[in-house]
Design a protein around this ligand. Structure first.
Ligand SMILES: O=C([O-])CC(=O)C(=O)O
Ligand SMILES: [Mg+2]
Length: 545
């Protein structure tokens, strides 16, 4: 395996070689005589580890992925726990913030509001149209918990697709990162001379919707085999465009559905352990959401559907759930609620607004506290101690990303619950030795779900992504823990097993697509489950080093 050191020239005309297009092999004599692929991989790993700052590691890895995707993905698969925090959350958050400063070369498609009316002609510039199978599309309006980052959101699409390739073996050349530029309301960026996007405020919702209609139509014409993942759209837009397009095109929203599925999966494993300690029925859990954005509501929907599958009525299932937003507990009598919050607003409370989280804990007595607020430190010592006083094994999931916006750290949660906590966070935390016992944090991040869900949707050629397919991905993940992982008290499998997990998830998703009648790969219908899993594994791209 070799590294390209020069730009790609063809017919005397410099062409842009769009990553991840495999670089041409340099002719004999243009690389050192003893350059050997697997030894070079070790050299690259040492170069990576020699850097102190994570953002420098990110830049190094971006360059390596571009120059030699095989070595990059080989190293990534062999060192998942080390690589994911660098190419994805949390470092990708810094990469987004600094995108306009650090930009080096093209990677992905930018489609701006100025392209309206001719979006199809922009899409045609994508160099690998026939190979395209999966696109991650963001409008940069709510990147992780970092807010409106405009066109600086591109690294999110790129980072998610790197995990599709590593985690589910999607071919690098089949991935299409897209950032839509509909302006930004980020004043700092609008004043920054280096900012790479349109220098204008975001267009109105009506203007955006017209743009999105054209974009989605042109995408379906040019890329008939493409699955679309919507990512990091601001909450209202996330719901709006998921509902608008989900019946018409194969697509899902990662923040609503991917996060919903991954948290349900971790919750199921946590609730079993919690119920074993308390004797409480699985359907009797009381879940308090701190934060009522797209992810919170997506998770609540997924939990509701689980409770109804367990025999609760829709009304009973809804009553297992409480929401807190920036104004305190969400209840109908409070009035003036955003559309997406109304469904979960409580009807059994009509007193004064309740804003203090400790008061709310006292009132709700939750068995599970889920944070999706992006308020760092919101789960204070007192909050954690209260959860421990209420429950023998409290479930505490601070899910906000990146790490510095997490509602509490793993260490805080462990110390303040005397090690009883059942914990999952959105971003990674280190394990802890507590009273001589190793305790492992779960990472309830949608990265466990979307690669397998996407792979299943692609292989089944699903015409749409149904709720049942998302649910199947969640159950597939929950059921993938090994006996050793159960013994370690894990809520999620170890990330090193991501490919195995993706096979299990994709297989369940394909079966769900078949059941729902949205699959368009009839050959897969008659396969046994074992053959289907083998088929999925055989379709995974492997780095060749
Ligand atoms: O990207 C991540 O780490 C998870 C996610 O979708 C988000 O926080 O928006
Ligand atoms: Mg996201």
């Amino acid at each position: 395996m070799t590294i390209v050191l020069t730009p790609y020239w063809s017919n005397g005309v410099q062409k842009l070689r769009m990553a991840p297009q495999p670089p041409p092999k340099p002719a004999h004599g243009l690389t050192p005589p003893a350059l050997d692929g697997s030894i070079h991989a070790l050299r690259c790993l040492a170069q990576l580890r020699s850097k102190d700052k994570n953002i420098e590691k990110y830049i190094y890895l971006t360059q390596l992925k571009d120059a030699d995707p095989d070595i990059f993905y080989k190293l990534c698969l062999e060192n998942m726990a080390e690589f994911t925090p660098l190419i994805y959350t949390p470092t990708v958050g810094d990469a987004c913030i600094q995108f306009s400063q650090n930009y080096r070369r093209p990677e992905g498609l930018f489609i701006s509001y100025k392209d309206k009316g001719k979006i199809g002609s922009v899409l045609k510039n994508w160099p690998r149209i026939n190979e395209a199978r999966i696109s991650v599309v963001t409008d940069g309006s709510r990147i992780l918990g970092l807010g409106d980052l405009g066109v600086n959101g591109m690294p999110i699409s790129i980072g998610k697709l790197s995990l599709y390739i590593a985690g589910a073996g999607i071919r690098p050349s089949s991935t299409v990162p897209i950032c839509l530029d509909l302006g930004t309301n980020n004043e700092k960026f609008l004043e920054d001379p280096l900012y790479l996007g349109l220098r204008q405020k975001r267009v109105s919702e009506a203007e955006m919707t017209e743009f999105m209609d054209e974009f989605m139509h042109e995408m379906s014409v040019l890329f008939p085999k493409l699955l679309i993942q919507f990512e990091d759209f601001a909450t209202e837009k996330a719901f709006l465009y998921l509902e608008r397009f989900r019946e018409k095109y194969p697509l899902f929203n990662d923040d609503i559905q991917g996060t919903g599925a991954v948290v349900l999966s971790g919750f199921l494993n946590a609730a079993k352990l919690s119920s074993a300690a308390s004797g409480l029925l699985m359907t009797a859990h009381r879940i308090l959401f701190f934060g009522a954005g797209s992810a919170g509501v997506g998770v609540a929907m997924q939990l509701m559907s689980f409770f109804t599958l367990q025999g609760l009525s829709v009304q009973e299932a809804r009553e297992r759930i409480w929401f807190v937003d920036s104004q305190g507990m969400v209840y109908t009598a409070r009035g003036r609620l955003a559309e997406h919050k109304k469904y979960f607003a409580r009807n059994d409370y009509n007193g004064e607004p309740m804003t203090d989280l400790l008061d709310i804990l006292d009132y709700v007595k939750p068995t599970a506290l889920l944070g999706l607020s992006t308020i760092s430190g919101a789960f204070s010592t007192e909050v954690l101690q209260t959860m421990a006083a209420l429950n023998p094994r409290p479930i505490v999931f601070p899910l906000s990303n990146p790490v510095r916006l997490s509602e509490c750290s793993f260490e805080d949660a462990v110390v303040n619950t005397q090690g009883k906590v059942l914990f999952a966070s959105g971003s990674p935390f280190p394990e802890i030795d507590f009273d001589g016992k190793m305790l492992y944090p779960g990472q309830g991040n949608n990265m466990y779900i979307f690669p397998g869900l996407g792979m299943g949707a692609i292989l089944s050629r699903a015409s749409s992504v149904t709720d049942s397919m998302v649910e199947a991905s969640s159950l597939g993940l929950a059921n993938s823990l090994t006996p050793e992982e159960h013994a370690m008290g894990l809520l999620y499998p170890q990330v090193e097993r991501i490919r195995e997990i993706s096979v299990a998830i994709a297989t369940s998703v394909i079966r769900a697509a078949q059941k729902a009648g949205v699959d368009r790969s009839p050959d897969l219908r008659s396969m046994s489950d074992a053959d289907l899993a083998t088929f999925v594994a055989s379709k995974m791209w492997q780095p060749q080093v």
